[in-house]
Ligand binder design. Sequence first.
Ligand code: C5P
Length: 190
Amino acid sequence: MGYAIAEAAIASGHDVTLISGPANLKPPERAHFVAVTTSEEMFAGVQSAVADCDVFVMCAAVADYRPAKISPQKIKKENAGRTLELVPTRDILSAIAHAPRSFLVIGFAAETNDVEENAQKKLRAKNCDMIVANDVSRAETGMETDENEVEIFFRNGERKKIPRASKKIIARELVKIISNTREKSLTKKS
Ligand code: C5P
């Protein structure tokens, strides 16, 4: 979805920085591309890119936990079971959205149940201006598929559905909605 949004934003004339973990996709040619592998690298990349942006869209599926220790050597197999200690990763979206900012923040919420309730909670907890929710319990839409169906919840209580379509079309619609919201927020401030 991130690559599709980057592509759609470039096609409508925006200057785009795409910060991505390992993916089997070719980045759009006109994007400033930053490749990362860990959540800390992604946080650092995002932090330096947002200093100079109008809109931050965070749709990476970042791992919520990472191993507490990384072994420099191969871990030998033992007959007993093994427990790995996991520690929470930093929530990039929440950290960036809560810091003083003048740009718009759009988060994503992939849910398997109570989509609206969970998305509304994340919208507030992570201090987003908009959150794009999708139901990933259905095999035909969501992750690892070319189609999606989303509902957008706005900070002011508005909501908007984008019916099932290719990720390319969803991305174009999202870029239009984000641009309109950005324009409205600028008009309000001036
Ligand atoms: O809480 P949950 O992971 O469902 O929230 C999803 C949103 O938070 C997405 O926009 C995702 O990119 C972002 N996120 C993040 N850093 C994390 C985990 C999730 O920015 N460590």
